[in-house]
Design a protein. Sequence first.
Lengths: 164, 495
Amino acid sequence: MAQGTRKDRRFRQADREALLALFAYALYFIWWYVFAYGLGSGNPDDYSYVLGMPAWFFYSCIVGYPLITLTLWAIVRLFFKDMPLGEIDDDPGSPHGGASPSKAPDAKVVCPSSSVTDAMAASHDTCRPAPLAGFACGGSASAGAGEGPTLSVEPGDGTKGGRA
Amino acid sequence: MSAQFMTTVPVVLYLALSFGVALWARGRTAEGGSAKDIIEEYYIGGRSMGGFVLAMTIIASYTSAGSFVGGPGVAYRLGLSWVLLAMIQVPTTFLTLGVLGKRFAIVARRAGAVTLTDYLLARYRSHTVVILCSAALLVFFMAAMLAQFIGGARLFQTVTGYPYVVGLALFGVTVVLYTAVGGFRAVVVTDAVQGIVMVVAVVVVLLAVIDAGGGMTQCIATLKAIDPGLITPTGPGDAVPQPFMLSFWVLVGLGVLGLPQTTQRCMGYRDSRAMHDAMIIGTLLIGFMILCAHLAGTLGRAVLPDLPAGDLAMPSLIVQLLSPFWAGVFIAGPLAAIMSTVDSMLLLASAAIVKDLYVRYRLGGDTSRLRPVTMKRMSVASTAVIGVLVFVAAMEPPDLLVWINLFAFGGLEAVFLWPLVLGLYWRRGNATGAIASILSGVTAFVWLTIAKPDMGGIHAIVPTTLLSLVMFVAGSLAGRPSGREVDALFGGERS
């Protein structure tokens, strides 16, 4: 099976979202910087005022922060996607953890039962294709199950599924 | 009834409320389960946080005594420039949640990680990394918690006039007790309550200050008359030069990604919707809180122009402007900020000892060798013991810990930032890189802070962050790749 080309599509979306967060951070920085030093660098005697505050302060701080909150709201609404956070597996009973991509109609983001341990898939049947939200995926239960084997430090723990 | 008594009433009520909430949260804890379930429950609340609680706990664990007393105190001396600087913290919540993001949440679940150390072990498979991180976390957290305790007790003393030890005992005992007994669930629920108290507190004091100063226009005019520098972005006598200001985009901006008490929250939310909501709510509230608190400090100069020290600004404003009862309500704000920082640190320090060190090295990582009851008792006991240690230390603060606290914030960032972020996004990163990054980062930060070489106003955290980045990359390229299992666990990429 072509495991080498398998890709958890949730990750691609997650990376895009992380970049968007950085983008919002950059926007906030630019707004903050341009207004603070653009309007505030002159002589205080020449300042103009808005609502009693120096204009540089009003725009960079008082306006800047609600503005970034709104921008963020728009970004999250438009570009962020709900996705399950636990493991998804369309054949939870299988000890081999069904490596084919999930065909669940509800799952917005398809992820192959990935590389976590077979043992985990076998011991826990909580992982079903979740309808959008990750809660149904039994976050805590499935996460806990992986702890023993996946956290072991021995380099050659060959029982792991995935790419072995 | 004396004013002193009236001020104490809301504080005591508030402490009782925190404790009640913690007990309530504890009642909702899932019972039974294996020792492993107990750990998941006690240290991360079974990953069940919704959006509002998640936002509040990130804010609360991040904002501390500094945000309410220290920061506004500096703003009192340096004017609007320090408010401008404080506003750099606005993106904290969305940056941590957004950048670590769902990748972190997914990977943490796959690896069953409850603490940052779990995550780092799963990523780097190196005991050296675990031990370095646990040690750094314990040392820096102890120092930081101590500083918080001292700050809180002093504040209580200034405002109520009761002795230092009384204040310390009051909230020290409360926070240690509810954290030890209730674990993560109690911590985050009280964090949410504490967040609300903080918001109310800052609004009350800001409005009181603006009112006492004769309105915003008048306040600003008074500040300008005292020193025109107070209303410029660079401060009086250019006390806040631009390079210094911009350094804070690293220290309290990007660097926040390296604070374990904040980032640990990013593995504990319930679902992706909780994360989306928290990014927005968190940004809205933290911005509001920081803006109000610091602006109150700045404008306070127009009301009480002649205080001998900035740190007195907030307590003095409260005592002079608010009625005793409202003064008590305000005091609850910083106390909330302090307790909510201490509780998360306490819990993580306990996790470092019980989970990261004891279970892993004494039991070989096999929690099934412990009975669930024993596991539970051990977790509670270790939290309580650490708390009591800090409490005792705060009565007679040892110089060493006070000194270490200078490095706590930047030190934690130096240790955790790159191993955490690059571990998540750069496949080639490995243990060699992480160790090189941690060691060089801490050394550089401590040395730069002590030796204070002239860097044109740039804060020590900037070169530290760059150096530890370079060392991480260099070390990773020199060392061996992490191997297939790590790729599989952190995967999602083509191999």
